[in-house]
Design a protein. Structure first.
Length: 243
């Protein structure tokens, strides 16, 4: 059984993933933005999950969440699920937090980053971005291109880790809306499969997945120059280097 840390586990795909993995007997670490949100995962904790707390829009709190996870022991898998759709916090939550967790959490065996089909509309430029979230400078599509790029960069740099990006589809969650057309179960199945399966296809790295099928990501996500530029920009902003 695996120990799996899932960011943004209070609702939506993160909670659904935690619920499934707990049911399957895995050790799960759930995450909420603040202590008030712990009530939303109370049932998961009663079933054996551990909980960590911190607002991923704040880099200091993100570092503290990483420390909380490390104190619980080495995670086998980290699922970077937390995300916001709009506003100034898109880059801090969707990109900076996954980068800091990747750099600070004891290296797991598997890493899964939630991207989106909308990443194909992202801009492959790093100019003029405010990673702090003081002002909105990056769109949701931009952020999902950046996080897919991060996943594929880690796959290249860490050959001993299975690092993949996932497009969960447009599913009926709080973010996706009740009218979203895709299957909610399929929206978290791929993450669970990549996190815990011994299927040879799941034991691969550097993929961009949709419903357990490899898809081709935006060309920039595989571009080493763009990957390097993104990592350098994030290292410069956070004063934390991915080693």
């Amino acid at each position: 059984m695996a120990r799996v840390f899932i960011t943004g586990s209070a609702d939506g795909l993160g909670r659904a993933t935690a619920d499934t993995l707990l049911h399957e007997g895995h050790e799960v670490i759930v995450h909420t933005r603040n202590t008030e949100r712990l009530a939303a995962v109370k049932d998961l904790v009663h079933r054996g999950a551990s909980a960590v707390v911190g607002d991923l829009a704040d880099a200091g709190q993100t570092r503290d969440v990483a420390a909380q996870v490390n104190r619980l022991g080495s995670a086998d898998v980290v699922i970077h699920n937390a995300g916001v759709y709009s506003g100034a916090q898109v880059l801090p939550v969707n990109v900076v937090a996954p980068y800091l967790f990747t750099a600070l959490i004891q290296r797991p065996r598997r890493l899964i980053y939630l991207s989106s089909g909308m990443h194909h509309g992202g801009r492959d430029t790093l100019a003029g971005l405010d990673w702090s979230g003081t002002r909105p400078t990056g769109s949701y599509s931009d952020s999902k291109l950046f996080v897919a790029t991060l996943a594929l960069a880690v796959a290249r740099l860490w050959p001993d880790v299975h690092s993949n990006a996932v497009d969960p589809g447009w599913v009926p969650t709080r973010m996706g809306g009740l009218g979203a057309p895709d299957d909610l179960r399929l929206g978290h199945l791929t993450q669970e499969w990549l996190a815990t399966s011994d299927d040879p296809a799941a034991l691969t790295s550097g993929g961009y997945w949709h419903h357990q099928q490899r898809r081709e990501p935006h060309t920039a996500a595989r571009d080493v120059t763009f990957q390097t530029g993104l990592l350098d920009a994030l290292a410069g902003y956070t004063a934390t280097t991915l080693k």
